[in-house]
Write a protein that binds this ligand. Structure first.
Ligand code: PLP
Length: 400
């Protein structure tokens, strides 16, 4: 199909929640490259919003999906599922969690985390502890509960009142957190590195302080690792940078390498709160999604993609730092590993993103002034050099 035809179909039949999409339709991908309907090649520094950790069409992932699709796609979690059990084992063996539940997305995994925290207190006869504290500028998903958890006013306003009780407090401010803890608080939920609101890492002092406050007050600590988990920040999990363990954490995005799957992971003492019938999912943890997850985890662990993210992330940040010296309108370069934000002092993020796309490089933008760089974790220094020389040219143009 021609691009124009696809755009016309979309405009007529699809709900317009994405506004004016970028007028490109990708047809296939290989490694870090994508090709559109016109055959134009792009280098992908966005990975479909931090999803395609292995790059595109990774042979290991493709053959796992193909092989599983030929055998069994779905059967229901009412039966034992080999791939589900094996993927849960790998996640437990490589994290602080003891048990896992699979969902289909990040929001759904977070809904499960919120529900598990509430159930934990409910089963202890403390149903009054139902409120969860989250951070301002956080992003936890687009279902009603995860929207309420999301600390960004713009998502709340049109839907108020949002049913579950969440208090949003500023990031890196322990006093603000202490002030809102009350009789009804049951948990604190946070992203170790906020993704959607502009790549804002929590400080080590803050996250350690939050752990202490949770312990002192008998609260559960939930980390949303949907975006920062699974190697992206240079460690397998974001929390591993801080020497602090959550009671519950959630994963999605990279877990299926693009195939939809989310995971709710928890320590045993809290996972025990979910008994038979307390939670479920028709599609969650199906053989196909878990086969994809197994292939992703195999490559992530055996090819040490977290190590590559750490090495390439440092190189990327260092070279972006040099561009910051050259272009004073770069206000800050921040992030960890390959979860990178470049904040401009001018509202030209979309202009930069579009100009890079024109040159065949895909990045994201957040708001008017933040560039978002989340490439596949297989990226090389040469790929980064190529992208940065294109970015340099684009920034030179803006400088004039
Ligand atoms: N949590 C975080 C930190 C995210 O970045 C996202 C998506 O961007 C979500 C949750 C929601 O995930 P999903 O879009 O898979 O529901």
């Amino acid at each position: 199909m021609q691009l124009q035809e696809i755009i016309e179909l979309d405009k007529k039949y699809y709900m317009n929640t994405f506004g004016n999409r970028v007028p490109v339709c990708f047809q296939y991908g290989k490694g870090i490259n994508l090709w559109d309907t016109e055959g134009k090649k792009y280098a992908d520094f966005f990975a479909g919003i931090a999803v395609s950790a292995l790059g595109h069409s990774h042979p290991r992932l493709v053959s796992a999906i193909k092989g599983q699709a030929e055998k069994l796609i779905h059967c229901s979690s009412l039966y034992y599922i080999e791939q589900q059990a094996c993927l849960a084992k790998i996640l437990v063996e490589n994290s602080c969690a003891d048990r896992v539940f699979f969902a289909n997305s990040g929001a759904e995994a977070n809904e499960g985390a919120i529900k598990l925290a509430k159930m934990y207190f409910s089963k202890k006869g403390m149903q009054h502890r139902h409120e969860i504290i989250t951070l301002e500028k956080s992003f936890h998903g687009r279902t009603l509960a995860t929207l309420a958890a999301t600390g960004q006013e713009k998502y709340h306003k049109p839907l108020a009142p949002l049913t579950p009780r969440f208090s949003n407090v500023p990031i890196n401010d322990l006093d603000a957190l202490k002030k809102v803890i009350g009789e009804s608080t049951c948990a604190v939920m946070l992203e170790p590195i906020q993704g959607e609101s502009g790549i804002n890492p929590v400080t080590p002092e803050y996250i350690r302080g939050v752990r202490e406050i949770c312990d002192e007050n008998g609260l559960l600590l939930i980390f949303d690792e949907v975006q920062c988990g699974l190697g992206r920040t240079g460690r397998l999990f974001g929390y591993q940078h801080f020497g602090v363990e959550p009671d519950i954490f959630t994963l999605a995005k990279a877990l299926g390498g693009g195939f939809p799957i989310g995971a709710l992971c928890a320590k045993d003492f809290v996972a025990q709160a979910f008994g038979p019938g307390d939670h479920g999912s028709t599609f969650g943890g199906n053989p196909l999604a878990c086969a994809a997850g197994l292939a992703v985890m195999d490559v992530l662990l055996n090819e040490n993609l977290a190590g590559n993210a750490e090495k390439m992330g440092s190189y990327f940040m260092e070279r972006l730092g040099a561009l910051k010296t050259k272009y004073p309108f770069i206000r800050e370069v921040r992030g960890k590993g390959l979860l990178i934000g470049v904040e401009l002092s001018v509202n030209k993020a979309v202009e930069v993103k579009d100009a890079l796309l024109e040159k065949g490089y895909i990045i994201g933008s957040i708001g008017a002034n933040i560039l978002r760089i989340t490439p596949p974790l297989i990226i090389t220094a040469t790929d980064i050099d190529d992208m940065l020389s294109a970015l340099d040219e684009v920034l030179e143009g803006i400088n004039k």
